[in-house]
Design a protein around this ligand. Structure first.
Ligand code: NAG
Length: 211
């Protein structure tokens, strides 16, 4: 092997390694102990900066809704920047559903504080893994996979807290993502092999829900 082909092999391997590391990327690491917002003098930072009080009042429930969520991500808690973690507090009245969604940047580990909760996650072979959780149970939703939770109990509210492996996990709500994003009815109709009437029904349902 001459020197030029050695260099080509080396560069190819390097590029493969770089793209592989990008595939496995989590939140970028900091090169300091923690994130200091622009224009803030680090000597003014105290314990308040690392404290999030937004969960004190529990989960605010919109009237008429049976599911509510409160989030501590870097959008509301800047100290999380670069730390690769966040939390969500979730409340499900009887019948409350956290509808099908994915988190593109985070795995989720849910701890059921009270009540019972049916959870499900679907893998890339289309296999469904579901479970009815009791208070005290943990369930993990692997990164990027479609999942849901529903409180099927007729009387008791369920309360859960989820840890997520990104400070900004992102949420893709499937119904809104597919039927509320303005994809042409022709594409949707062909994609799901149903009439455009069926697509119109779904679009009108998710056009109102995306607000
Ligand atoms: C930060 O605050 C300290 C204490 O008030 C002060 O001594 C220092 O000069 C400040 N640093 C900057 C860059 O403003």
């Amino acid at each position: 092997m001459n020197q030029r082909s050695l260099i080509v092999v080396y560069l190819t391997a390097l590029m493969a390694a770089v793209s592989l590391s990008k595939l496995e990327a989590s939140d970028p690491d900091l090169v300091s102990d923690f994130f200091v917002p622009e224009g803030v003098n680090i000597s003014t930072i105290d314990g308040n900066y690392f404290t999030f009080t937004g969960f004190r009042s529990g989960v605010p429930m919109e009237s008429g809704k049976k599911f509510g969520i409160s989030k501590a991500t870097l959008a509301t808690f800047p100290a999380l920047t670069g730390l690769g973690v966040s939390y969500a507090l979730l409340s499900y009245l009887p019948g409350g559903l956290n509808a099908l969604h994915t988190h593109p940047r985070a795995s989720e580990i849910l701890y059921l504080i009270s009540g019972t909760l049916e959870v499900g996650v679907i893998d890339s072979t289309n296999k469904l893994y579901s479970q009815t959780l009791s208070a005290g149970d943990l369930f993990v939703f692997p990164k990027g996979l479609v999942h849901y939770q529903i409180n099927t109990d007729a009387k008791t509210t369920a309360l859960a807290i989820s840890g997520l492996s990104s400070a900004m996990p992102g949420v893709v709500s499937l119904g809104t993502n597919i039927f509320g994003s303005g994809i042409s009815e022709g594409v949707l109709s062909k994609s799901f092999d149903v009439s455009t009437d069926v697509i119109k029904t779904l679009e009108s349902a998710f056009a109102t829900k995306s607000k």
